[in-house]
Write a protein that binds this ligand. Structure first.
Ligand code: COA
Length: 381
């Protein structure tokens, strides 16, 4: 029997695993072979040769930019680095212990008020909003770290790339060229990942023809969860808790005995090495060598080995990014906001794609509750 629009097809796969919920030309994950592509380009090729700004163009336009096009997009992004002063002023009123992801969600949502020509689902205004969001995600994340620590907010430097500017605004001084490049690659690696939870969220929201700021705000909320973007912070908390390479084996055994999940391990799609982890493993080792503190890399490597032996599971993108960011001196609770600084490119790409061929996303549920119950007045229950 063929299904009609109103008829239900039972796809009760828990968590919609394996269910194809949209057509997209933006990115593809081959979980069996561990291949990630953005608009046809292998992530390894991009990480080797490209830049985050170029990847942003690619995700939004479906092709690599010509020199002038890249120049023009880069200039537009840089011209939009400054967040509206009213948003920064509002952030100064927030409790200093507010979680940075909650701050990001609230501040990004409020950008909507100050955007005069970035509303609507036509490509031009939506693209203007996408540029502002991509430019200001890092500004807001870095500004919050300064504000909560009672420091002056550093004005963005429009001569710098998104990666370099974020590190500059966070620290008040330029990172060295090695760290800027490494961080730029980290942003490329996190830019898109097909219908992950937060991207799917942005597509559901934009599929109602709601605005881009609302869709991105919802994406940030989804990314914050520990089973999604929140895992990177939890990986570092775990490493700090274990603290000593000699304690890894016993710690992992106990965690598995207690049926606790090891953060940064496992993936809903990859059944082999996550290609992003290949780069981040290299960076974790590199930063360990550079800072003379290899223990975090060594502990991570041992956990990876044990999880492969005991559970046949591989590290995901969050596993080695944790120790990499830690050795760059980035506060633990900024790891997930950094994910958003990158993923905004994929989210906005998907929202643009959704607006371009919109169909309201409205699945059905397989009802498993009772039927035909008779209403009992409250006094009789
Ligand atoms: N550590 C230990 N066991 C794990 C595990 C982990 N990180 N991830 C999955 N498992 C186990 C589960 O306990 C479960 O075991 P059971 O069948 O005995 O109950 C089984 O593997 C399936 O787990 P499930 O969560 O349903 O797998 P999934 O493929 O749907 O989930 C993740 C993928 C990412 C949600 C999951 O691997 C996870 O929670 N990882 C840790 C969080 C994380 O790093 N998230 C970032 C993702 S990029």
């Amino acid at each position: 029997m063929t299904s009609t629009a109103t008829e239900k097809t039972t796809a009760a796969a828990a968590g919609l695993r394996g269910v194809v919920a949209a057509q997209s030309a933006i990115g593809d994950v081959n979980g069996e072979q561990g291949i990630l592509i953005y608009q046809g380009y292998n992530i390894h090729d991009l990480a080797e040769h490209s830049t985050f700004e170029e990847v942003v163009f690619l995700l939004w336009n479906g092709r690599l930019p010509k020199e002038e096009e890249l120049k023009s997009l880069t200039a537009e992004i840089r011209a939009n680095y400054n967040a509206p002063p009213a948003v920064i002023a509002m952030m100064k009123q927030f409790p200093k212990d507010a979680d940075p992801m909650d701050v990001l969600r609230t501040a990004i949502s409020s950008l909507d008020f100050y955007d005069k020509d970035g509303h609507g689902t036509d490509r031009e205004p939506a693209l203007r909003a996408a540029i502002r969001l991509t430019a200001q995600m890092g500004t807001i994340a870095a500004a919050w770290d300064r504000i909560r620590n009672g420091k002056d907010v550093i004005a963005p430097d429009s001569s710098l790339s998104i990666a370099a500017n974020f590190l500059y605004m966070l620290r008040g001084e330029r990172a060295d060229a090695d760290e800027e490049r490494m961080f730029d690659v980290c942003l490329m690696l996190h830019a898109d990942h097909e219908l992950n939870a937060s991207t799917f969220t942005t597509r559901v929201v934009s599929g109602t023809l709601a605005g881009m700021y609302g869709a991105v705000t919802a994406g940030i909320a989804a990314l914050a969860g520990p089973l999604h973007g929140g895992a990177n912070t939890n990986v570092m908390k775990m490493l700090i808790e274990i603290d000593d390479p000699s304690k890894v084996d016993a710690w992992v055994d106990k965690a598995l005995e207690e049926h606790r999940k090891i953060m940064g391990i496992g993936h809903a799609v990859y059944k082999t090495e996550d290609p992003r982890a290949t780069w981040l493993r290299k960076y974790s080792r590199h930063m360990g060598e550079k800072k003379g503190e290899l223990k975090w890399f060594e502990m991570s490597q041992r956990i990876e080995q044990l999880m492969l032996e005991k559970k046949g599971m591989f590290p995901n993108v969050d596993f080695y990014s944790a120790s990499t960011y830690y050795l760059m001196g980035i506060p633990l609770d900024l790891y997930t906001p950094i994910f958003a600084v990158s993923r905004i490119s994929g989210w906005t790409g998907h929202i643009l794609e959704q607006y371009g061929h919109n169909k309201l996303i409205r699945p059905r549920a397989e009802y498993i509750g009772a039927r035909d119950l008779k209403y009992t007045p409250i006094a009789d229950r």
